[in-house]
Design a protein around this ligand. Structure first.
Ligand SMILES: Cc1cc2nc3c(=O)[nH]c(=O)nc-3n(C[C@H](O)[C@H](O)[C@H](O)COP(=O)(O)OP(=O)(O)OC[C@H]3O[C@@H](n4cnc5c(N)ncnc54)[C@H](O)[C@@H]3O)c2cc1C
Length: 573
């Protein structure tokens, strides 16, 4: 059954009446609300509870053991410091920054490889990363769920082909329960500095509150899209109405009857507009550049599919494979300029013609760059939403914000109650989200000023024992980020095991190897659609592509399958 009006919250609310009473922010409480999980997750939760009970007993024992010195500590004032020093005395094998898909996936793969003394430092108070933060109405993945999930943790219960953020967040909580990860996570730990101590061969993560957490290796899994960014528009602070960023949704704000603007018509903007238009009084959509929009084959999963997936897991694997290869084929349309690029453009234009009647509006919505140059948008309800009576598409450039609204360069002041910024994220293309210091006082943000570079997207010369997830040039334009991520996780595990088992002080990629790798990458990137002239978040201001991988996912997987030791300098402990 084809349902053209997907709603990220629909399935879960329908299945779980007890959640209905809560607003969308219930999403945020999902971790604590086991009842809001799918049956399989309930089972997992039970299992986890049992595990947790055992773990709790063990923790209680340990706590009891620790109690005696703690009593002494009340007598001696210096004891808390000693306790802190003690905690740091034994560095973890791995310090992971971030508890999103990448950090948790890393933890799972480490556990499966027999590494258990790792710690995950998460600045938030819950897991989930992208899917904890992006709870705007309509938030959903744009890669089918059977592919946008881990192959080593399939979920037979996806309610739709493209699941909403609630359901994806539930899946992430399921991962935490199923693989017993919670005890490894330290919440409210914002990493503000990561420094390699050469003498000791250790990474030190400094937290906002001053504590230092040490590890023999470090994994940066802080996410490429985790820092919401507001556009650089004059008068941003002057606007006196409500401002909401798509990644920090205010579920308490009542949009009913309000005059609302959405700035930004990228992947998030086109999901928000069809939902907001249902409740607001007037919706003005401010578009800088129209994107290519293709239809979204979104279906409710029939029950028999779920049953089949549970009974015969190979059937779900087959579906995943089919999706994977379909997306691989799309690489030929979106990454390079090929005859398939024309086919994709025609398909998108046909979608526009089918959905938009007005000639002028069609012109306003027709992109003037090659498909693939920016992220391809997937939607069935964006164009129809723009044509609702209470919606208006504004294509005049924004001149500035004023106390009462937005002034466009045609001299009009649009009076508004609320502005929604679907304006994306601060992507560290030429810097790092916090200082990262390597050998001999090197700083990654300084080295990356001209554009980020790494070896195979995961290691950087001069920063030994450090592994990046979603590092430079690992971005897919056509396939699931999690497919790429799995390759990174497995590669990192190989490197980490080499360090731990080989008792290495340092494993550092050779500078010349990294350089050659990047020269090859940039040559290949020059021939891609991303570098064909449009402005996008993939490129730095001066057009350097530090973001995307110029090839098929299969090529990326092949690149990451081999850990080539000769590319590294190995220093024994
Ligand atoms: C709205 C939206 C939809 C998307 N849809 C898709 C899709 O359909 N398909 C697809 O392939 N990709 C999609 N993506 C890309 C998505 O970002 C990745 O797929 C994936 O979720 C990234 O996971 P991550 O763990 O690397 O990062 P995140 O999910 O961002 O997790 C990073 C974690 O690190 C924490 N953190 C950050 N800085 C620090 C610090 N200094 N100290 C401690 N902790 C820190 C954050 O709080 C966060 O919990 C989407 C992204 C967005 C924003």
């Amino acid at each position: 059954m084809n349902d053209d009006t997907p709603n990220s919250n629909e399935s879960r609310v329908a299945d779980q009446p007890e959640v209905k009473a809560q607003d969308n922010a219930a999403n945020n409480g999902a971790a604590k609300n086991a009842a809001a999980k799918a049956p399989r997750k309930k089972a997992a939760a039970k299992k986890a509870t049992a595990k947790k009970a055992t773990a709790k007993k063990a923790t209680a024992k340990k706590a009891a053991a620790r109690k005696a010195p703690a009593k002494k500590a009340t007598v001696k004032k210096a004891a808390p410091k000693k306790a802190a020093a003690k905690r740091q005395a034994k560095p973890a094998s791995v310090v992971i920054v971030g508890a999103g898909f990448a950090g948790l996936g890393m933890a799972i793969r480490l556990k499966q490889a027999g590494v258990n003394d790792f710690v995950i430092l998460e600045r938030g108070d819950r897991v989930g990363g992208t899917w904890r933060d992006n709870t705007y109405p309509g938030a959903a993945c744009d890669i089918p769920s059977n592919l946008y999930s881990y192959s080593f943790a399939p979920n037979p219960e996806w309610s739709r082909s493209f699941s909403g953020s609630n359901e994806i967040l539930d899946y992430i909580h399921y991962l935490v329960d199923e693989f017993d990860l919670e005890k490894h996570i330290r919440f409210n730990c914002n990493v503000t500095d990561l420094s390699f101590q050469e003498k000791a061969g250790l990474w030190e993560a400094t937290l906002e509150k001053g504590e230092v957490v040490r590890g023999r290796t470090a994994v940066m899994a802080q996410g490429p899209l985790s820092n919401a960014s507001f556009p650089n528009i004059e008068g941003l602070e002057e606007f006196e109405g409500k401002k909401i960023h798509s990644a920090r949704w205010d579920h308490d704000y009542d949009f009913t009857g309000k005059r609302v603007a959405v700035i930004g018509t990228g992947a998030s903007g086109i999901q928000i507009v069809p939902e907001l238009v249902k409740t607001v009084g007037k919706l003005k959509v401010f578009q800088r550049t129209p994107g290519w929009v293709v239809p979204r084959p979104d279906f409710k999963t029939p029950d028999w599919h779920k049953k089949l997936f549970k009974k015969v897991p190979a059937s779900q694997k087959a579906v995943r494979q089919a999706l994977f290869w379909t997306h691989e084929t799309m690489a030929m349309a979106v990454i390079w300029n090929s005859p398939l690029t024309r086919v994709a453009e025609r398909l998108s234009l046909a979608h526009l013609h089918n959905q938009v009647e007005d000639d002028w509006m069609r012109r306003q919505l027709t992109p003037d760059f090659r498909i693939g140059c920016k992220r391809v948008l997937v939607s069935n309800d964006y164009y129809p939403a723009l044509q609702k009576d209470n919606a208006e598409l504004i294509t005049w450039p924004i001149a500035r914000l004023a106390p009462n609204g937005i002034r466009t360069s045609d001299g009009v002041e649009h009076q508004l109650d609320c502005i929604v910024f679907a304006t994306g994220f601060d992507v560290s293309k030429s810097g790092t989200p916090f200082p990262v210091k390597g050998l001999d006082g090197r700083r990654l943000d300084e080295e990356w000023q001209g554009g980020a570079q790494a070896y195979k997207s995961i290691n950087v010369a001069g920063y030994p024992n450090l592994f990046l997830t979603f590092g430079p040039n690992s971005g897919p334009g056509h396939n699931s980020a999690l497919v790429y991520m799995e390759s990174q996780l497995d590669y990192a595990v190989k490197g980490i095991l080499r360090i731990l088992d080989g008792n290495l002080k340092m494993l550092d990629v050779k500078e010349d190897v990294q350089q050659r790798h990047n020269q090859r990458l940039q040559k290949r990137l020059a021939k891609t659609n991303w570098n064909s002239g449009c402005k996008s978040w993939y490129l730095t201001e001066d057009g350097f592509n530090a973001t995307m991988f110029p090839g098929f996912a299969t090529q990326y997987q092949r690149q990451m399958a081999q850990f080539e030791e000769q590319d590294y300098q190995l220093v024994p402990a």
